[in-house]
Design a binder for this molecule. Structure first.
Ligand SMILES: Nc1nc2c(c(=O)[nH]1)N[C@H]1C(S)=C(S)[C@@H](COP(=O)(O)OP(=O)(O)OC[C@H]3O[C@@H](n4cnc5c(N)ncnc54)[C@H](O)[C@@H]3O)O[C@H]1N2
Ligand code: MOO
Length: 514
């Protein structure tokens, strides 16, 4: 269906435009409802809760009365029906991704104690400066003997033994004397007076105590160089050095760096709490008994909650919401209190009960940024933002109900948006080139085709991974996502391009890693 946007305000101006459109065009669109003519029927789409419907009627009643008169009885029926969203809300994937990311800024910082809470995957909100040097004392790099380099090669009396963790020699006033050595172990402190360590392999034991428990004299076989096999204080991390940059993602090594300098309190961007709901009268709890009639098990919530959790985002299970405006209003009102991101599946297409968008715009005054994307799967994907006083705007993703569509669009839009909120500067999934292992027929829409990847073995740097389709790409067939490592980004079919041949190089979005 084609529609023409006349005006988005349900006020006097749009009322006048509506009247005009009833005489001349098939559709008129109001923010609080969509109306139009089809044959002998005037179609009035009244969205949202009872309150929103009442408000719409208040505006439309006089218009309708006038329209009926104007059209001289040509209208035989007035009925409520949902019609296609405005054309202006229809965009391609790149535009949709940009729209989402442009609407999102990082959440403010919070200080987290990495000694007691997990900070893995979090993004640092400011630089981390070392308040301790590493190593904090001169440490031996080898098991061997601490010596004075200027004594050269030759015999040395072994006067002490220092192992890692021993303080002997560090704070001791005893200074290593000429032609003496102290046995040291890797990581142990190098005693005062010593300026080189000679590894045990470069020495020879000359004399031991009679019971063989003590080394008394060794011979250093090669003249040592000053500083040899000693890590000076701060040689790995200098006191006051910047060890991590703002914007860095904390992985195992970053956590280890923080641990190595005793930095337990780190400023990281807050994580968005993401609420996930499934909408639909046909849905039942997934793992319960009693499947029957036209019920289906709700799988989307399970998939999305698991996906978001695996990316490290706190989630709230918002349950199943029936296709009823008042139920959606109540559920959203509650969710907005605790969630920065609300994700629903279902109820965004053209069915009579597809109420999600209408409720958002009519009852919450949300800004609907897009409601359709030229893509397969995921056409009816919707994105809205809700302004909430003294808070970051709440992001709302109305994903399609088909399980594959929900999975693909969550990867394309929801995960990057959550990452951006969590402080990521480049939040999108990685895209790289692959070679098709088989011919792939194209869809009329640009397609995100699930594939497995065969990684090249050997060392030929020019060989690309080979991609294989996961079979039928029906939006309802979640098995097409099983074991899928990536999404092939395929162009829309055209008269001159019906399929891509085996060997064709195309782009692939990696699902297995960032
Ligand atoms: N007249 C039109 N009809 C449809 C269009 C269209 O352009 N014109 N688009 C189709 C496309 S594309 C999609 S995708 C679906 C999306 O519709 P909704 O988002 O409104 O989703 P529902 O109608 O509620 O459900 C679609 C499908 O998925 C099943 N479903 C829903 N929720 C779940 C869940 N939580 N777990 C598992 N399965 C679920 C549901 O039973 C339906 O089979 O609209 C097309 N229609
Ligand atoms: O776009 Mo729908 O998501 O094909 O099935």
């Amino acid at each position: 269906a084609t529609s023409r946007v006349l005006d988005r305000r349900a006020d006097g101006l749009s009322t006048a435009l509506l009247l005009k459109s009833l005489e001349s065009t098939p559709y008129a669109v109001l923010s609080r409802g969509v109306s139009g003519m089809r044959g002998q029927t005037l179609i009035v789409n009244l969205p949202g809760s009872q309150k929103a419907v009442d408000e719409c009627f208040a505006v439309l009643e006089p218009v309708l009365a006038h329209a009926v008169k104007q059209l001289q009885g040509r209208i035989v029926e007035v009925k409520a029906e949902h019609v296609e969203m405005q054309q202006s809300a229809h965009c391609n994937v790149d535009e949709a991704v940009s729209t989402v990311l442009d609407s999102v800024t990082s959440l403010p910082a919070e200080t987290v104690n990495c000694a007691t809470a997990s900070v893995l995957g979090r993004i640092l909100a400011s630089d981390v400066i070392a308040k301790e040097p590493l190593p904090p004392f001169r440490a031996s790099v080898k098991d061997g003997y601490a010596v004075r380099a200027r004594d050269g090669a030759g015999r040395r009396r072994v006067v002490d033994v220092v192992t890692a963790g021993d303080e002997v020699g560090v704070h001791s006033s005893v200074v290593l004397q000429a032609h003496c050595a102290i046995r040291v172990s890797t990581g142990g402190p190098v005693p005062s007076g010593a300026d080189a360590v000679v590894q045990v392999e470069d020495t020879k034991l000359i004399e031991s105590s009679p019971d063989l428990t003590k080394e008394l004299v060794i011979e250093v076989l090669k003249p040592p160089a000053e500083g040899q096999d000693i890590r000076p204080v701060g040689s790995d991390i200098a006191l006051g050095a910047k060890v991590l940059d703002a914007g860095a993602k904390i992985g195992p090594c970053e956590l280890g760096i923080l641990a190595s300098i005793g930095c337990s309190l780190v400023p990281v961007h807050k994580l968005p709490t993401v609420g996930v709901a499934s909408t639909g009268n046909e849905l039942m709890e997934p793992f319960g008994a009693g499947l029957g009639g036209a019920k289906i098990r709700d799988s989307n919530r399970t998939t999305l909650l698991a996906m978001l959790s695996s990316h490290g985002f706190p989630v709230v299970d918002l349950g199943i919401i029936p296709d009823k405006a008042d139920c959606l209003v109540t559920a959203f009102e509650k969710a907005i209190k605790t969630c920065q991101v609300i994700v629903t599946t279902g109820g965004v297409s053209m069915g009579e009960r597809d109420l999600v968008k209408q409720v958002l715009t009519a009852d919450f005054n949300a800004t609907l940024h897009f409601a359709q994307v030229r893509m397969k799967p995921g056409k009816p994907t919707s994105f809205a933002t809700l302004s909430v006083a003294n808070r970051h705007p709440v992001l709302f993703f109305g994903l399609p109900g088909n399980p594959v569509s929900a999975f693909v669009t969550a990867n394309l839009y929801v995960i990057p948006a959550c990452r951006r909120l969590g402080g990521w500067s480049t939040p999108q999934r990685s895209v790289f080139n692959v070679k098709l292992g088989q011919e792939i027929r194209l869809d009329p829409r640009p397609e995100y085709h699930r594939c497995t990847l065969q990684w090249p073995s050997g060392i030929d740097a020019d060989v690309l991974p080979t991609a294989w389709s996961t079979g039928s790409q029906a939006s309802s067939r979640l098995l097409s996502c099983q074991s899928a490592s990536g999404l092939l980004i395929l162009p829309a079919r055209s008269d001159s391009l019906l399929s891509l041949p085996a060997g064709h190089v195309t782009q692939c979005m990696l699902l297995d890693c960032p």
